[in-house]
Design a protein around this ligand. Sequence first.
Ligand SMILES: Cc1cc2nc3c(=O)[nH]c(=O)nc-3n(C[C@H](O)[C@H](O)[C@H](O)COP(=O)(O)O)c2cc1C
Length: 513
Amino acid sequence: MNNRDIEAAWKYHDATKHSFWSIRNNPHFLDWENRPLPFKIYPEIEPIPVPRDLPQTGISAVSAISETVPSARTDSIPDLQDLARILYFSAGITKHRSHPGGDVYFRAAACTGALYEIELYVVCGDLAGLDAGVYHFNPADVSLRLLRKGDFRANLTQAAAMEPAVARAPMALLCTGTYWRNAWKYQARTYRHFGWDNGTLLANMLAVSAASGLPAKIVLGFVDVEVNRLLDLDTRREVSLCVVPVGHTSEGSLPPAREVPALGLETVPLSGREVEYPAMREMHDASSLASEEEVAQWRDKHLVSVSLRLTDAAVALQPLPQEEQPKDTIEQVILRRGSTRTFDKAASITLRQLSTILDSATRGIPADFLQPPGTQLNDLYLIVHSVEGLKPGAYFYLREQNTLELLKQGEFRGEAYRLGLEQQLPADACVNIFFLADLKRILERYGNRGYRAVQLEAGAIGGRMYLATYAQRLGATGLTFFDDEVTNFFSPHAKGKSAIFLLAIGKPLKRVR
Ligand SMILES: Cc1cc2nc3c(=O)[nH]c(=O)nc-3n(C[C@H](O)[C@H](O)[C@H](O)COP(=O)(O)O)c2cc1C
């Protein structure tokens, strides 16, 4: 299959839409006996514990998500403590709860169903405290496991078609998605969740890297088979999603690429039995890049911005000035975060609070597919219920102008309940932020890989919004939605766009610690 054959992405997207009828005609019951293990375990490899007692960065969450990445011109070489901080605050266990269905180990970033299908790996040269190698990170025992000994950064750089951030990075973190761990609950829709859940994790990863003074960038352009082989993945079950080079070295050339023999390492099965959903495999294959040339060409594709006109109905955002922004550090905010389960319907938030969230989360994700920097694939539409200083109604966010355009005024709590899959959370929140994208334009530019990009970008911006919300001691939750009804609600403005992601923000009934 070919990345340019974009019927594949349309087919997957259309087949995995939620609608009133799809939910009723395809009821899915969870088989708790067959619930997948939330961790990847290599029983035969010795763990290498990573430090847990880490110095705080002292950088506030709002600046960690909104300030531009530290300059990559000077050397910034992470050590084992930096790596440990980034791993823990991206994917570490932050809370534990016992439920009738079993224990849940909640992690640093929000994840659909708390199923944690995103795994992290490290590819590094020699770092202070850690020898060069390819490692897997297991949050269960906060340890690395060495999969390959030696410096494999040249292999990664080749696979990424010489992307400069990868070539100059002392280490790279690699994210993969494990189908069954999430598909147990969400079936074929899991491929969308790969992007969302990887994205929220990346929001933390980018913020903690920035707070540690290390540049980091999301690289989505790579030869899939090469990266999968480097990590020795069983690609029927688990596939590489992105590469994140961290740090910068001006040191000359990398040691040459090495042989990458198959390892066939044993891992503990996730469940007694697994169900395969071919639609996801097809979507993944169709969005794979097959050669360095294809990666290089793919990376050259830019999305031309569409300029939007301001209308009379525009309201200027009022983000908090820097001196009034909350000072809690990125680490404190990540530990505090946890999706709101019940919003206080009688509460409101202020326009300043909402403005700070929108402004700080949309200053541009550093990613190879977002050129020039600051480009954004997703458009943001809002349903405002109770924001002091804003009339209740539906709005469009004009990012360049930092304004909200009123599309229609009114109380839309009932509509929000319905659009958010008939859940109470979007009805009781103060505001719902819907991400919609012009998939036609994106797929024409980036091929099927654009589908991965748009989902992942939404998760990363949504993840930043989570952080900006909890920094202000408010609450948020990701939500799923009835696809076409979302587009219809925001039309004619949103005509032709596709619903990608949804985040509800408000005041939790339980106070945020
Ligand atoms: C993209 C996304 C979609 C979500 N959708 C829903 C949803 O539809 N309903 C819901 O109650 N929670 C939803 N959640 C919240 C997750 O259930 C929650 O993140 C997970 O249980 C982990 O808990 P935590 O966020 O408190 O760490 C969603 C989260 C994300 C990131």
